[in-house]
Design a protein around this ligand. Structure first.
Ligand code: CTP
Ligand code: MG
Length: 393
């Protein structure tokens, strides 16, 4: 049976070096609170069965607001130092008796699942393992007057990150002993483990796994994020439905009164269907028919919102964001102009983007062909999507 592995995500600090009213783990970066990416990653990791957050009692409301719907267990309340907060997390896991525990700073939102994989592999063979990076700058020791006293051989030095992984019982015992002996100042668990006489091994850390400490770190992280989604792709979609007897059409998620309706298995929303195909085209993931076969009675009369929601979820699953969605509707009637902004608003809502990123245009077909004979409606769509590029792969 696979070992039971827990993760403690620390968010009990005040972020005094950053300053400001809002502790750094609740600041927004890349559109969401700093604490979220690591929580989500640990929750979704197949080998991790328990995620225990540790928060400051003053942050209860903030914490619940940003983590609503994630299905997390109740947070533990941290203490005056990081070490005290880890102990609170370890105690909150006592009933669960995990075999291993990974301790992670929520101030490191760029942790990856590959790094978690390495932590788990290393702790299972070594009992205590921490991510380490080589030091590339020359390191000097200075005296009280800031004068160089000596140069230290950097080859044996490492910069240490989190998540740090330990056998749960050994780390808990070491923490209990440190607290009992009046020690509360270990800045990471490896230092405490070292003090307790545990042997700690290292595995490869990641340069991108930085700890947000100062305002400069936030600025750097924000601009790195902006260039990281640099695989920019465009996809196109097309849909057509024929008119039949009826009293309204649904276009762009909006019900528009008309003396005909569009025939089709779902609500025949040609605009949303074309947009779904444009998005799936970007991802190279088939088309609307391959995900929602018209032959399946499940989709009879279905609202096309859910098809678009599905495509948007696929973008999120790939770590991408939708830059814009644009459509051109071709029909002699109904008139689209009066409904344009309602359609833009609804599409923006379903796609989770701002309305300025949604274009809706319409044209008649100048009386030509089947469109000119008012036999149906056509919609073309284009989606532009930013996916994670090679710079942070
Ligand atoms: N932490 C904690 N409990 C504390 C202190 C720190 O849970 N009493 C957590 C922080 O929330 C952070 C991690 O430990 O995720 C690393 O600490 P640090 O980067 O020092 O964060 P802060 O203590 O919040 O910042 P500062 O030291 O600038 O006040
Ligand atoms: Mg601190």
């Amino acid at each position: 049976m696979a070992a039971k592995i827990a993760a403690i995500v620390l968010a009990g600090g005040r972020g005094t070096r950053l300053g400001g009213d809002l502790p750094k783990q609740y600041r927004e970066l890349g559109g969401e609170a700093v604490i979220l990416p690591s929580l989500r990653l640990f929750l979704g990791h197949p080998q991790i069965s328990l995620v225990q957050a540790v928060i400051h009692p003053d942050d209860e409301t903030r914490y619940s607001a940003v983590t609503r719907g994630l299905g997390l267990r109740s947070p533990a309340y941290g203490g005056a130092t990081r070490q005290d907060s880890v102990l609170a997390g370890l105690k909150a896991l006592a009933q669960d008796k995990p075999e291993f525990v990974l301790v992670h700073d929520s101030a490191r939102p760029f942790v990856t699942s590959a790094l978690i994989d390495r932590a788990i592999a290393a702790v299972q063979t070594n009992g205590a393992a921490i991510p380490a990076l080589p030091v590339t700058d020359t390191v000097k020791q200075i005296d009280a007057q800031d004068r160089v006293a000596r140069t230290i051989d950097r080859a044996t030095l490492r910069l240490i990150q989190t998540p740090q992984a330990f056998a749960y019982a050994a780390l808990r015992d070491a923490h209990l002993r440190a607290a009992k002996e009046g020690r509360h100042d270990f800045t990471d668990d490896a230092a405490l483990a070292e003090w307790a006489g545990l042997s700690v091994t290292t595995f490869a850390g990641e340069a991108g796994n930085i700890k947000l400490t100062t305002a400069e770190d936030f600025v750097k992280a924000a601009s790195a994020g902006a260039t990281a989604l640099d695989d920019i792709r465009t996809g196109m979609g097309f849909d057509v439905h024929a008119f039949e007897d009826g009293d309204h059409v649904t276009l762009g998620g909006v019900r528009i009164p008309h003396d005909r309706k569009l025939s089709g298995h779902s609500d025949a929303d040609v605009v949303l269907h074309a947009m779904v195909d444009a998005i799936l085209g970007v991802l190279g993931e088939g088309d609307i028919g391959s995900h929602f076969p018209p032959s399946d009675p499940k989709w009879r009369g279905a609202s096309s919102d859910r098809f678009l929601q599905f495509a948007v979820e696929r973008v999120k699953a790939r770590g991408g964001v939708i830059a814009n969605l644009d459509t051109t509707i071709v029909c002699e009637a109904p008139k689209i102009g009066p409904h344009r902004d309602a359609m833009r608003a609804r599409i923006a809502e379903i796609a989770g983007i701002t309305i300025d990123r949604v274009g809706v245009k319409a044209t008649t077909n100048e009386g030509l062909g089947f469109l000119g004979r008012r036999e149906g409606i056509v919609a073309y769509a284009i989606a532009t999507i930013r996916l994670p590029g090679t710079t942070n792969a």
